[in-house]
Design a protein around this ligand. Structure first.
Ligand code: GLU
Length: 485
């Protein structure tokens, strides 16, 4: 039975690394016709963020990762919020205490801080000194009876041993027991720590494969021990490599968007983001880069997940998003554009005009929300002109000559259209003696406000002749252009 879980803590928005963990687990589940479970690990009460649970679920839904069991969805193994399973953890802690595999610890924060700082100053790695492990039964009983605050710690065996984990990505990983301390498993507030809750839940929820970030790798000895103490079989383990930024440091907010919410609001398509993320640390065994969700599901395996960190290359994500935008069927493209327009300043414009703009801009968009930013050209009275290349062109005397002559000669036409544009430009060439780029570029820059904006004739059709002539006049009046190079 293949059962995988995604078990985020509600401490913030869904991070791109979290989405990858969810995706890899989901792909493996789908491939093996198993169940995908969402479990909320909300035992750290100090780090709870309101709305995080809702955001996590909404972002998975946006990405198209469907959940078979989870909060609000049901299933046989719930509740799926750890805060609602406290009784279960307590029962297992009692069992561990009874077996002598755990003990109460009354050490105060101050004592533990002092201990750590002494160890550090002696160049040792800070570790609990097992002070309370040596307390006798009577003392423990009387301190508990007088309601002294305490936590419960699990025992690491005194006899040295090497813990070995067979990880599906990393092969066998070994850690010596001397490097592991007597871990707190139940806090004084009655909430379990991650280490206890994860083992109990993964077992009771019959999880077959535990997939998580490599930051949890050093913790595996504690987990293996708990499985041993409780007499349970261990699941398979997969620790995923880190996602790094372009400087090979851990991906963080300082280097741009990292939450799925950010990518969504910047107008990335979920299918592009998933495809991109699937290739962070995994490959299909050949050089294919564009893979649909169906292909990813067919191809996915943990054997091809790499051990080393993978770089989050934003340029590549942009390229991929463009490819997906271009591949969208016309109707679907327009539907998504329309959704984006509703969030922007041009939502009251005529639908037909928006649709025309969408067609003109299709090959020029990197993300969907670029569309809203580019609509100024289409609908503003005097669209901004701040493209440095366009300004450079327009400041030239020759450019201004072309534009002025174009305006003068246009007066002989009843209407400027894309049909008579070529004729008019030729005639301007004759009068001014200016040819080629020198002739077309100023017109393009004045009308599309960019040196590499949409085609001139296309924009002329969109605006109509009169508006184009007005845009040229406005351009000539701009102070930044009047003042020359
Ligand atoms: N709650 C843990 C986290 O958010 C989950 C680790 C795990 O999947 O076991 O990192």
């Amino acid at each position: 039975m293949v059962r995988l879980r995604f078990a985020p803590s509600p401490t913030g928005f869904l991070h791109i690394g979290g989405l990858r963990t969810a995706l890899f687990s989901w792909l493996f589940t789908k491939k093996n016709k198993g169940s995908f479970i969402f479990r909320l690990e909300d035992t750290d009460r100090n780090r709870l963020v309101e709305e995080a649970e809702e955001n996590l679920i909404r972002m998975l839904d946006w990405a198209g990762i469907d959940i078979d069991e989870g909060p609000g969805i049901g299933g046989d193994y719930g509740p799926y919020r750890q805060s609602e399973r406290l009784q279960l953890y307590r029962e297992h802690v009692d069992l561990l205490l009874e077996q002598g595999d755990a003990y109460p610890c009354f050490c105060t924060e101050e004592r533990l801080e002092q201990l750590k700082s002494n160890q550090r100053s002696q160049g040792e790695t800070p570790q609990y000194d097992n002070h309370c492990r040596k307390l006798n039964k009577e003392e423990i009983l009387s301190r508990i009876q007088s309601q002294e605050a305490h936590v419960i710690r699990m025992k690491i065996p005194e006899k040295e041993e090497t813990f070995r984990l067979k990880d599906l990505v990393r092969g066998t990983v070994a850690i010596e027991s001397g490097q592991v301390e007597d871990q707190v498993i139940l806090k004084s507030d009655g909430f379990p720590t991650y280490h206890l809750a994860v083992v109990i839940d993964d077992h009771l929820m019959q999880i077959s494969h535990v997939v998580r970030g490599e930051e949890w790798l050093p913790s595996f000895p504690k987990h293996l021990l708990l499985y041993r103490y409780l007499g349970w079989e261990t699941p398979e383990f997969v620790h995923l490599p880190l996602i790094l930024n372009e400087e090979r440091a851990k991906l963080s907010k300082r280097h741009g968007a990292v939450s799925v919410e950010d990518f969504r609001s910047k107008g990335y398509l979920p299918e592009a983001l998933l495809n991109f993320i699937a290739l962070l640390g995994w490959n299909p065994g050949d050089d294919r880069e564009l893979l649909s969700l169906k292909e990813l599901t067919q191809e996915f395996s943990f054997e091809r997940v790499s051990k080393s960190g993978s770089i989050f290359d934003r340029e590549k994500l942009n390229w991929m998003n463009q490819q997906y935008l271009l591949k969208l069927p016309e109707e679907e493209y327009l539907r998504r554009i329309w959704e984006v327009v509703q969030e922007g300043a041009y939502r009251n414009q005529e639908q037909e005009k928006i649709q025309q703009a969408a067609e003109i801009l299709k090959t020029r968009l990197v993300t969907l929300s670029d569309f809203n930013q580019k609509l100024g050209l289409f609908f503003d009275q005097n669209p901004e002109l701040n493209d440095p290349q366009a300004l450079e062109v327009l400041k030239q005397e020759e450019s201004k000559t072309v534009l002025r002559e174009f305006l003068v000669q246009s007066e002989s036409l009843s209407e400027l259209t894309s049909d008579n544009l070529g004729q008019l430009v030729k005639s301007v060439q004759k009068t001014t003696g200016i040819k080629g780029r020198g002739l077309w570029m100023p017109l393009r820059c004045a009308i599309t406000r960019e040196a590499s904006g949409p085609e001139l004739a296309v924009m002329l059709d969109f605006f109509g002749g009169e508006k184009c002539l007005r845009l040229i006049r406005q351009t000539l009046e701009l102070p930044s252009i009047m003042n020359g190079p």
